[in-house]
Design a protein around this ligand. Structure first.
Ligand code: PBG
Ligand code: ZN
Length: 327
């Protein structure tokens, strides 16, 4: 059957009709808000490349999460800016460091109303800015595993509900799983940054977390952008190693990877709409060249349609407000 019997436009005539046949929805339940915890008190350092986002001291971060909880956003993911960085990134497992203190304070204030996820990586804590230990000028995989596991355990001791390793070392999911179990945290899930690409879209984040590498780049551990089969391998390995959620990152430029992952795996899928994706929309909207809210929603709908179950996005609060308004 074809035209004129079939007319695809019939079901597009009114908004109510369009709602009836809408295949994909972004809901507040899909959202995870990234937050940057720093030291000090009463600190709200604006991140210039990320409008509306701040490095927050623990007291301010806890206050800001009131709105997050009231809006019904289920989860936040925390990144840390420590007071001191060193060669091994020891602040990553310091129980008085910003992330650990923020986790404890959030759990005290909001209990089970907010899922507190922590990013597990070394780049925010090392003075050289790489995601692991440097040996002979390179990031040493196996030596890094120890440190990551210590960091994950330290986050759990502070009360983290979930840990999210983002370093891209081989074997880290399995290693962290074992160490968590050993420490009595067998019920804490791991959200694995499984297919994490070496992306230029992380630019604004590195300002926010002050985590740009001081020499070289991350190409020897993060994935090469042209590769798709390799992403499936990474994800299969993480499934085997005990990941509870798989992630693709960035999201927008890697929708094909998300769609492939959806086909291949039954675990929940997360997508990270990264800082550069956010900042590009903000900057273009500021120039008046696009409709900010519509592009924001369209970017997220695309990520859901490709197969994501949840989205880490800097738009989380704006989206939740918009959905609330719409009732
Ligand atoms: C740490 C980490 C990064 C991001 C999340 N975790 C930066 C990086 O790998 O350089 C990027 C997030 C974003 O750009 O929003 N490894
Ligand atoms: Zn890192």
């Amino acid at each position: 059957m074809g035209f004129p019997e079939s007319r695809m436009r019939r079901m597009r005539r009114t908004e109510a009709m369009r709602r009836m046949v809408r295949e994909t929805k972004v809901t507040v339940d899909d959202l995870i808000l990234p937050l940057f915890a720093t030291f000090g008190k009463g600190v709200r350092n604006p991140i210039s490349s990320m409008p509306g986002h701040f490095q927050l001291s623990v007291d301010e971060l806890v206050k800001d999460c009131r709105e997050v909880v009231d809006l019904g956003i289920p989860a936040v993911i925390l990144f840390g800016i420590p007071e001191k960085k060193d060669e091994l990134g020891t602040a990553a497992f310091d129980r008085n460091a910003p992330v650990q203190r923020a986790v404890a304070a959030l759990k005290k204030e909001y209990g089970d109303d907010l899922v507190v996820i922590t990013d597990v990586c070394m780049c925010e804590y090392t003075d050289h800015g790489h995601c692991g230990v440097i040996e002979n000028g390179e990031v040493d995989n196996d030596a890094t595993l120890e440190l990551l596991a210590r960091e994950a355990v330290s986050h759990c001791k502070a009360g983290a509900d979930m840990v999210a390793p983002s370093d891209m070392m081989d074997g880290r999911v399995g290693f962290i799983r074992e160490e968590l179990d050993e420490a009595g945290f067998e019920n804490v899930p791991i959200m694995a940054y499984s297919a994490k690409y070496c992306s230029a879209y992380y630019g604004p984040f590195r300002d926010a977390a002050e985590s740009a590498p001081k020499f070289g780049d991350r190409r020897s551990y993060q994935m090469d952008p042209p590769n798709a089969n390799e992403a499936l391998m990474e994800m299969a390995l993480d499934v085997e190693e005990g990941a509870d959620i798989l992630m693709v990152k960035p999201a927008g430029p890697y929708l094909d990877i998300l769609a492939m992952a959806r086909e291949e795996f039954d675990l929940p899928l997360a997508a990270y709409q990264v800082s550069g994706e956010f900042s590009m929309i903000e900057a273009t909207a500021e120039k008046g060249w696009i409709d900010r809210e519509r592009v924001m929603m369209e970017s997220l709908i695309g990520i859901k349609r490709a197969g994501a179950d949840m989205i880490l996005t800097y738009f989380s609060k704006d989206v939740a407000r918009l959905l609330k308004q719409a009732g």
